[in-house]
Design a protein around this ligand. Structure first.
Ligand code: FUB
Length: 447
């Protein structure tokens, strides 16, 4: 460590980079590709059942996707995520053609203490099961082990299954099939559909997939990705019955700003807040079939309509003050003269940095949890090209000053330390540049 005596500033040893796979910010998972997040609350804990993209080997894959298995991730606070590992692999399901890597978007639901996991795949027996079909696997715990049924569900040809259980106990299955979005009642044992699937009608024209139904205040929200322009946007319709009819209400999320052709989502309430889980391709900007799941808060207007969700880097959940707060995942910035890039383009899972060279530019990072601890120091990982000033304020760019740093010029990433008058409770942080020197910033942490 090197110290700036006058300002009690320390420059730390060269930082050794470590990849963290599970983050509070977007994307949620960085140690693997994840897509199609179906989020569920089971026994007070939030579980996400995504699909799993992998880079395809020669000759592998199905329509450009390579998806060999499913993991489940869970969190209690939406900040710390646990990867429970593989819960089902294409090699474990007899009816699935394991050369096709076709484990597309799944979903899971609990009924009477059992967990029913629905998943689409290409079948081996192309005579009886041509194309993609939906199978079901059952477990006693959300993380498995799951026992798959020996054959796909009769009559459920298609992709993107989404189960829903109404307040009266009747279960339904929605999926994309027959060139459209369909729904059918599920049997008592959740393993088959009852009657003929119905097509969900009266929706605007355009390609559709990934249906997801939820209920709030007696309104049934039928939500789905659709293409009306270039890539998928998330749309919704509402009705007063799980079988419809539904009336089109509008867009929940616009097309991906980074050009990811697919989007696939789920919506749920957890601890009093509604969330949208969805995906972009943050870790694979040049190939949108290697995707990454994300989450953002979702809000309803007084009339029950859904306020459009703007994708954020900040994501959801409180960030503990003593964790590495990834400020490149900011919630707001003062100016467009701030840019973000990968720390190492060849190892994207290492994350990003943010940079600016304009005095008084600020970066806001919301919801930092100081709890009731006494924090006295602030660590900053930065790379200033010249001598640069940086102030950290609370709740507003000119709110209470937490720390003031003078960053010595460096020719690589350094860790700087400064005393901090850190508060208690939950606060937004504002990092304010105090010079026109180019500064790259990676994370800050309180000690
Ligand atoms: O992940 C494969 C497919 O892409 C899903 O099944 C669709 O919903 C789309 O996200």
């Amino acid at each position: 460590m090197k110290q700036n005596g006058t300002r009690n500033l320390f420059l730390c040893l060269l930082y050794v980079m470590t990849a963290t796979g599970l983050q509070a910010q977007n994307p949620l998972i960085t140690d693997q590709f994840t897509a199609d997040p179906s989020a569920r609350v089971f026994e007070g804990r939030l579980y996400v059942f995504p699909s799993h993209d992998v880079p395809c080997g020669p000759g592998q894959g199905f329509i450009g996707f390579c998806m060999p298995d499913y993991h489940v991730f869970s969190s209690e606070n939406l900040t710390d995520w646990t990867d429970h590992g593989v819960i089902l692999s294409q090699n474990q399901v007899n009816w699935v053609d394991s050369n096709r890597y076709s484990f597309w978007a799944p979903d899971c639901i609990e009924k009477d203490g059992k967990y029913y996991f629905y998943f689409p795949a290409v079948g081996k027996d192309t005579t009886h099961y041509p194309g993609m079909w939906v199978g079901v696997a059952v477990a006693d715990k959300p993380w498995g082990p799951y026992s798959p049924e020996p054959v796909p569900m009769a009559g459920v040809r298609g992709i993107d299954p989404n189960p829903f259980i109404d307040r009266d106990g009747q279960a339904y299955l929605y999926w994309a099939g027959r060139g459209s979005l369909v729904v059918a009642k599920l049997s008592e044992d959740m393993k088959s559909i009852v009657g003929e699937p119905r097509t969900v009608t009266n929706l605007p024209a355009g390609f559709k997939e990934g249906p997801y139904l939820f209920e709030r205040n007696g309104i049934y929200y039928f939500t789905y990705p659709t293409v009306t322009n270039k890539t998928e946007e998330l749309a919704y319709a509402t009705g007063d019955n799980p079988l419809g009819p539904f009336k089109y209400r509008g867009i929940i999320m616009d097309e991906s700003p980074v050009g990811c052709w697919t989007n696939h989502h789920s919506i749920l309430e957890y601890k009093g807040q509604w969330y949208l889980f969805y995906h972009h391709n943050d870790l694979s900007p040049d190939f949108d079939k290697n995707r990454s799941i994300r989450a953002d808060s979702l809000f309803f207007e007084a009339d029950g309509s859904i306020r459009k969700v703007i994708p954020s880097w900040r994501g959801v959940g409180l960030s503990p003050a003593d964790s590495k707060i990834q400020i490149d995942r900011y919630s707001d910035i003062s100016d467009t003269c701030v840019s973000i890039d990968y720390l190492d383009v060849s190892i994207k899972s290492l994350g990003w940095y943010i940079q600016s060279d304009k005095e008084n530019n600020w970066i806001r990072y919301n919801q930092v949890d100081f709890g009731d601890k006494e924090y006295l120091k602030l660590m900053v990982r930065a790379w200033p090209r010249g001598s640069a000033g940086l102030e950290v304020h609370l709740d507003k760019p000119d709110g209470p000053l937490v720390s003031s740093l003078l960053l010595d010029p460096a020719d690589n990433w350094q860790e700087y330390m400064q005393v901090a008058a850190a508060p208690k409770g939950v606060h937004d942080l504002f990092l304010v540049l105090k010079s026109n020197e180019m500064v790259k910033l990676d994370w800050i942490r309180f000690e």
